[in-house]
Structures are given as C-alpha cells and as structure tokens.
Write a protein that binds this ligand. Structure first.
Ligand SMILES: Nc1nc2c(ncn2[C@@H]2O[C@H](COP(=O)(O)OP(=O)(O)O)[C@@H](O)[C@H]2O)c(=O)[nH]1
Ligand SMILES: [Mg+2]
Length: 272
C-alpha cells in the first residue's frame, strides 16, 4: 500500500471564528476587560466607548487557532432590552457585573434571560464579576499581578482563582485591610456562583485592572464552544464563519460551571 501523500501536518491552522458579545451595565468594566484581553492594558479613567466597538483577537487553544470577533456594547447598556443585532449569531457572550454593585448583578441577570430566550440556543455564556481588585486586601498595587497573555510558560500554580498577593499586609493590619476591602463587596462570590450554576453559565471573578481571571474567561469559553462543529460548518468556499455556526453543541442550558477543568488552563490559555 502506498502511503498517502504527506499529510498536511504543517498546514497552518485555519482560524475558527467565534463571535462573542459583551453585555452588562454601563461602567462595570466591559471595555476594560476587552482591553486587558486584547492588549494586556488597563486605563484607570477610561472614556466611555461611543458607538459600536468591534475588536478581533486571535488565540491559540491546543491545536486550534481561534479568532474572537468581540462586540463590545457601548452606550446601548442603558436600554433594558438590547437590539438582537448584537447577539444574533453570537456563539459566546460575556455578561459582566461589578462585584461592588449589587444592582449590576440584577442587570446581568436580565441580559442572561434575554440571551437564553432569544440568542442562539447553544450560545456559551460566561458571567464575570469584575473589579475584584477593589475587594482584595492588596488593591493598592497598580501593576498587573500577572501577565495575562499566556506567556507565563511554567506558571502552573497560578490558577484562575489565585489571589494576586496575600502577604502584603502584616499582623493586625491584615485583618483590617481584609475587612475594609471586603466591605466594598456587594455581591458575594457564592451568591453569583450559585446563580451561574443554576443557569448553566461559566462563572469567573475578574479584574481588568490586575488581569486576574480575564484570560480564563476566554479560555474556558473557547474550550466549551464546539470548535470542530464550527470549523466543519464553515468549511468550503464561501463558508461564512459564524453564520449559523455553533449548532449542535452542548445546549447552553445543560452546561455546568467548570472552573477547574484542567490544571493546564493557563498553559493552554489564549496565546495572544
Ligand atoms: N478598579 C477597577 N476599575 C475598573 C476595572 N475595570 C474597569 N474599571 C474602571 O471602571 C470604569 C468603567 O470601565 P469601562 O471599561 O469603560 O466600563 P464599561 O462601560 O462597562 O465598558 C473605568 O474608569 C475603568 O478604569 C477593574 O477591574 N478594577
Ligand atoms: Mg464600554
């Protein structure tokens, strides 16, 4: 038997396009999360985005290249009901709230409901409680605690829920610092996590400021999306990536929260 011609082992991986929308109340940090993910940057007094913001970010997950098409809602947050044009054909959504504002979680729930009612039935939804740096004892640090762009090769001990620094305060001050920072918290991790579990959402606490949890959000979404299915459905000439893709994957409603799926989450993380 003659061996088939050399398999295209070196063929460049065709990117899988994934349309992802960001939703959440105004000022919870949606644009900042995107900025951290795409440029590993943070702006303390970020000006609100005017008009629609659209960014793309390529990531590598195992042997696949993913091209996230990120739609960041800008201004439309004020309306209770979003124009479906934002989430039409989206394979993923990140619904953001601010851990220091309980009203923002209520708003997030409204969007989750809207997505579950009207978006692609297989949409993968992640709930992200942002600004956790504000409820951490060592929130005085201005630098990102970890590089978030997955260049941290062997840093396996660093997982999605790692606390940036826990030895900054000493002795009696430590308790005071913890109490002071925790007192800003209006949404407990448990409450939000419980809700996420009930609704079949991925759940993360994030800080666009320090980078905590940000890469993990996108990595876990990428893991949960039926990438092979999207690739198959977009194969061939004229295959419109994202259009109707994502069907046939695990139903969003039946998905479970899976924070610690693999130790290697960081290593697999999107190599941006
Ligand atoms: N401390 C802290 N501030 C944040 C964080 N994310 C965003 N911000 C700030 O919150 C404000 C609103 O952020 P922005 O990204 O514009 O929110 P958006 O309206 O949801 O897009 C800006 O001043 C950001 O600098 C965070 O993780 N920690
Ligand atoms: Mg914004």
């Amino acid at each position: 038997m003659s061996a088939p011609a050399a398999a295209p082992a070196e063929a460049p991986a065709r990117p899988v396009q994934v349309k992802l929308v960001l939703l959440g109340e105004s000022a919870v940090g949606k644009s900042s999360v995107v900025l951290r993910f795409c440029q590993n940057d943070f702006q303390a007094n970020k000006e609100p985005t005017i008009g629609a913001a659209f960014l793309t970010q390529r990531c590598r997950l195992e042997d696949k290249v993913i091209k996230f098409e990120i739609w960041d809602t800008a201004g439309q947050e004020r309306f209770r009901s979003l124009s479906p044009m934002y989430y039409r054909n989206a394979q993923a959504a990140v619904v953001v709230y601010d851990v220091t504002k309980s009203a923002s979680l209520e708003q997030a729930k409204t969007w989750v409901k809207e997505l579950q009612r009207q978006a692609n039935p297989n949409i993968v939804i992640a709930l992200a409680g942002n600004k956790v740096d504000l409820v951490r004892p060592s929130s005085d640090s201005d630098e990102p605690s970890t590089p978030t762009s997955a260049t941290s090769d062997d840093d396996e001990a660093d997982d999605a829920t790692a606390t940036p620094e826990d030895d900054a305060a000493e002795g009696g001050d430590e308790e005071g610092a913890v109490a002071a920072s925790e007192s800003r918290r209006q949404v407990s991790r448990e409450e939000a996590e419980e809700y996420a579990k009930e609704c079949g959402l991925l759940f993360f606490e994030t800080s666009a400021k320090t980078g905590e949890g940000v890469v993990e959000v996108f990595t876990e979404i990428a893991k949960k999306i039926p990438l092979d299915h999207i690739l198959a459905s977009t194969r061939g000439p004229g295959g419109a990536a994202g259009r109707g893709a994502g069907r046939g994957g695990p139903a969003a409603g039946g998905a479970s929260v899976n924070l610690n799926e693999e130790e290697s989450a960081k290593k697999d993380a999107c190599a941006c």
